[in-house]
Ligand binder design. Structure first.
Ligand SMILES: Cc1cc2nc3c(=O)[nH]c(=O)nc-3n(C[C@H](O)[C@H](O)[C@H](O)COP(=O)(O)OP(=O)(O)OC[C@H]3O[C@@H](n4cnc5c(N)ncnc54)[C@H](O)[C@@H]3O)c2cc1C
Length: 297
């Protein structure tokens, strides 16, 4: 019987595990080893780890965590969680584990815009977060791929890093006359046609080919992505959600299912940064342990 089973070994899950280890709690991390940022070469913005590769960051974090006797790590994918009485059973394809508490730290499910060859460049010259990757793209000719939600702020934000922008909507007529005038006044180009493909080599995007035959040379792209946390393995427990799809949580990160907590991007339902996920994992672990300590006292 584990005190806590953590689903997901990204910064949120591993940082929680570090705190559980230091709190003398028997803890299992189950991680499918498919973090969203595995497509990137380096990560920026984490104090003391700025410029580290995602693999190196993860192996350093795992080393910290596995120093603690009570903490173990299974490289596996969770397929189901059940709660019977006070205890949870967490299943993978080949195993079953029992725990008093479960922490969901499985990150986000991510969906990219539907553009041919997008995935060839995602993580090397195409990104979504200027706070993570804007510095490396500074002063380049950049495409900014927007939807209705992002058009209002994303163009303004990216203009902080480059003034040579091409705004694209991939076939949606969503650029208002007012925005067109503003883009022109700033020297930005725009194209609302469908992008039939992206071309380039070695992960570096070089041009966008539009379905009207236009070809635009670019040196990078910031693209709006879509995220959710509708993981199949949550089906049996079915924790309550807000209208937006975000899991309903208490101020301590507990879902509507007592003992089932969430941290990191599974909790925010939105992409932040490594440092935010790690900080949140640490906080939620302490709230979870307070509950266990109270029960056992
Ligand atoms: C292209 C890109 C570039 C980025 N660049 C930066 C950057 O430069 N700086 C920065 O700070 N942040 C960056 N980020 C954001 C950063 O990756 C996230 O903020 C952070 O990883 C979120 O941490 P997390 O622990 O919540 O989730 P994740 O890191 O996504 O970890 C979730 C873990 O859960 C596992 N998992 C999922 N489902 C299951 C299951 N069923 N069973 C078991 N395990 C499961 C996954 O395999 C994964 O290992 C970038 C992200 C992307 C996509």
């Amino acid at each position: 019987m584990y005190d806590a089973i953590i689903i997901g070994g990204g910064p949120a899950g591993l940082s929680a595990a570090l705190n559980f280890g230091r709190g003398l709690k028997r803890t299992l991390i189950i991680d499918a080893e498919q973090p969203r940022n595995s497509v990137t070469e380096v990560s920026g913005g984490y104090l003391t780890q700025d410029g580290t590769s995602p693999d190196e960051f993860r192996s350093l974090a795992q080393k910290d965590v596995l120093n603690y006797e009570g903490v173990s790590l299974a490289h596996d994918r969770v397929t189901d969680i059940n709660k019977s009485g006070e205890y949870f059973t967490v299943s993978t394809a080949s195993d079953e584990f029992t725990g008093r508490q479960v922490l969901l730290a499985a990150g986000l499910r991510e969906e990219a815009p539907d553009i041919k060859n997008f995935e060839q460049f995602y993580g090397t010259s195409v990104f979504y977060c200027p706070w993570c990757d804007g510095y490396e793209l500074k002063d380049r000719r950049l495409a900014v791929m927007v939807d209705e939600d992002a058009i209002g702020h994303l163009v303004m934000l990216i203009a902080n890093w480059s003034s040579d922008l091409l705004i694209c909507t991939n076939g949606k007529n969503i650029i208002s006359e007012e925005n067109k005038e503003m883009f022109e006044s700033k020297g930005f180009k725009y194209n609302e046609n469908v992008i039939s493909e992206m071309t380039g080599g070695d992960g570096r995007v070089e041009s966008l080919v539009f379905d009207d035959g236009t070809i635009e040379n670019v040196e990078g792209m910031i693209a709006k992505m879509s995220w959710d946390t509708q993981f199949d393995f949550l089906g049996t427990l079915n924790p309550k959600r807000e209208e937006s799809g975000k899991l309903e949580v208490s101020q301590f990160g507990e879902t509507s299912v007592p003992g089932l907590f969430t941290a990191g991007e599974t909790k925010t339902n939105f992409s932040g940064q490594l440092i935010n996920a790690a900080a949140d994992g640490a906080d939620v672990a302490k709230f979870m342990m307070m509950q266990l300590i109270q029960e056992d006292f």
